[in-house]
Design a protein around this ligand. Sequence first.
Ligand SMILES: [Ca+2]
Length: 238
Amino acid sequence: MKLRKTILIMIGIFVLFFSSISVSAETETDPTGDVYHWKMVDSTWSWQLSTVPKAYIDITELTYTVNGNQLTLSMKVAGNVQTSEKIVYWALLNTSDATYYMSIMNDQKLIMAMSTIGGGMPAMNTDVAVSGDTISGTIELVGTDETSIELWGYAWEYTEYGNINQEWWGDWIPGTYAPFEMDEGDGDGNGDGETNGDGEENGDGGSSSNDNGGTPGFEVLALFVSLAIVIFILRRRK
Ligand SMILES: [Ca+2]
């Protein structure tokens, strides 16, 4: 009887664990004040930290969440999101078997999902909402394998749409996706992660994760808790 009870408890724990990973999420965070400016200095074009704040393209957070068969991509900026023909917001999630992207370009909102193993046409819709500092879009899942995750995005402002031969501004999340080496000596917290967390403008975001992605924390936590309970039960049986 005791063994049967133990087995039932263990099955319960594993059901809990596997049900917890059907809701998955990952968040990238990015410092504020790190919008860069492609500008002419001494007759040479180069990337400089923008002297104008440009909070509306200063990304602070990028998140994906999966709930049931729906996937949501969400991007936050330091100011209010602005849609104009000169501003581009773009977010991308690559999983092991699918690609999702969300964009606002030239005031056109779009979210897209495409399986990278099964072929077929990509799914897309315009279910992208802008509210204050947040852009979020939802689309049906087209994959199931989130073993490997790549989550990144950018926000750009052009002088003339699409023209990168004139001055333009950009912020990338994570900063390693920028097409240049960021100057990390200006104390913006980029690099050491120490200002990550309480240095953020929006305290409501909460779940800041590692800058470089990796496994979502609560899944690992769920696994450890499950294992700890199983070990505890096995010890008690002796
Ligand atoms: Ca930023």
